[in-house]
Design a protein around this ligand. Structure first.
Ligand code: PLP
Length: 374
């Protein structure tokens, strides 16, 4: 059987990784400024993480959600404390798209309505509901486009208000920072007004922190820069540092009913052990603070490089918009300098390194990038 050929692949096969470094099967060492698409939060193969998963696999790796699992409780308690939402509850699932699917379902159960307001250029995943609120018709099948979704421009509060006034909205969903679009941070005032409007209409505000959450922005959640408190927050990527896990963080105003949401694999023992280790390392190594500090350092260094039109983002979720076509720069960084970076459309490079990145590693990247742009 061949693999279903849906990915464009670099001709590189990583076989080993540690911290912010990756090695391919020929033994070449790479610096990771992509984090496997914002997934690597605490660094590759962190010893605390490796031990937690291995120890758990020795004990019990999986049982269904029909029995007690104290690891799930430990995870939700630690997450609630660290992310600043101790009074919210947690539904565990397996991926970002699945987290958004469940968030939409919950909001629709709550309101009894079905229309969703999403934002232009948004990316929320590839399952049916998640892809329908993703502003990219190329990845929607006729089956997915049956959902009732209205796309509004980011930061356009008047349009959101006129849509909410129609009274048929189940949820508003927004990324903490738009990632796939090329790193666009919603304006603080816009987020504050959005939060107020949603509360006024009693329409759940869902903030998708799948890429921007878990410390990446320099706060646990990117929306916390605006001081707002959404009704539902979705997480995945950095939550498991590579172990597949996602979560829906839910305000106490939603009442849980048996069977309302569910999954076979969500919250399994191995995933919980991985996610608990991630939270412990984030806390004891002050990685949220490191993301803030290193993000500022990186931004400051980028400002001195020629050929850059704009630098956007917060913490270690940065977008560099180049003045000219930059794909050769990105290829040369990868194949000559052995540095992974992320792409986006319109000459935008995304930097999403592990939250443990150091000044020395940033200096290497800056030096190599400056050389390529000479
Ligand atoms: C903001 C955002 N939401 C949702 C997703 C989908 O996550 P997953 O690929 O785990 O389903 C992504 C993935 O890139 C994302 O960036």
């Amino acid at each position: 059987m061949e693999l279903f050929d849906v990915y464009s692949l670099w001709d590189i096969e990583p076989v080993k990784a540690k911290g912010c470094r990756v090695w391919d099967k020929e033994g070449n060492e790479y610096l990771d400024f992509y984090g496997g698409h914002a997934v690597i939060s605490i660094g590759h193969s962190h010893p605390v993480y490796v031990k937690a998963i291995s120890d758990q696999a020795e004990k019990i790796g999986f049982y269904s959600n029909s029995v007690q699992n104290s690891l799930q409780k430990m995870l939700s308690q630690k997450l609630g404390e660290q992310c600043g939402y101790p009074d919210y509850s947690l539904f565990l699932c397996n991926s970002g798209a699945e987290a958004n699917e469940n968030a939409l379902k919950l909001a629709s159960f709550y309101t009894g309505k079905s229309r969703v307001i999403a934002f232009k250029e948004a990316f929320h995943g590839r399952t049916s509901g998640a892809v329908s609120i993703t502003d990219n018709p190329n990845i929607q099948s006729p089956f997915n486009s049956g959902h009732d979704v209205t796309f509004v421009s980011l930061n356009d509060i008047a349009s959101v208000e006129s849509e909410l006034d129609k009274g048929d909205v189940a949820a508003v969903i927004i990324e903490g920072i738009q990632g796939v679009a090329g790193i666009f941070v919603p304006e603080t005032e816009f987020l504050q007004q959005l939060d107020l409007l949603c509360k006024k209409h009693n329409v759940p505000l869902i903030v998708d922190e799948i890429q921007s959450g878990y410390g990446r922005s320099g706060k646990f959640f990117a929306h916390q820069f605006a001081g707002i408190k959404p009704d539902i927050i979705t997480v995945a990527k950095g939550m498991g540092n590579g172990f597949p896990i996602g979560g829906v963080i839910i305000s106490p105003k939603f009442e849980a009913k048996k069977g309302m949401l569910g999954t076979t694999f969500g919250g399994n023992h191995l995933a919980c052990a991985a996610a608990i280790a991630v939270l412990d390392v984030i806390k004891y190594e002050s990685l949220v603070e490191n993301a803030a500090l290193m993000g500022e350092y990186l931004k400051g260094k980028l400002l001195n490089i020629k050929g850059i039109k704009e630098i956007r983002g917060n913490g270690l979720m940065l977008g560099i918009e180049f003045q000219h076509e930059y794909s050769t720069v990105r290829n040369r960084l990868l194949f000559e300098s052995h540095i992974f970076t992320g792409g986006a459309k319109n000459n935008i490079m995304r930097l999403l390194p592990p939250l443990s990145i150091s000044k020395a590693e940033i200096d290497i990247f800056i030096n190599e990038l400056a050389n390529k742009l000479k």
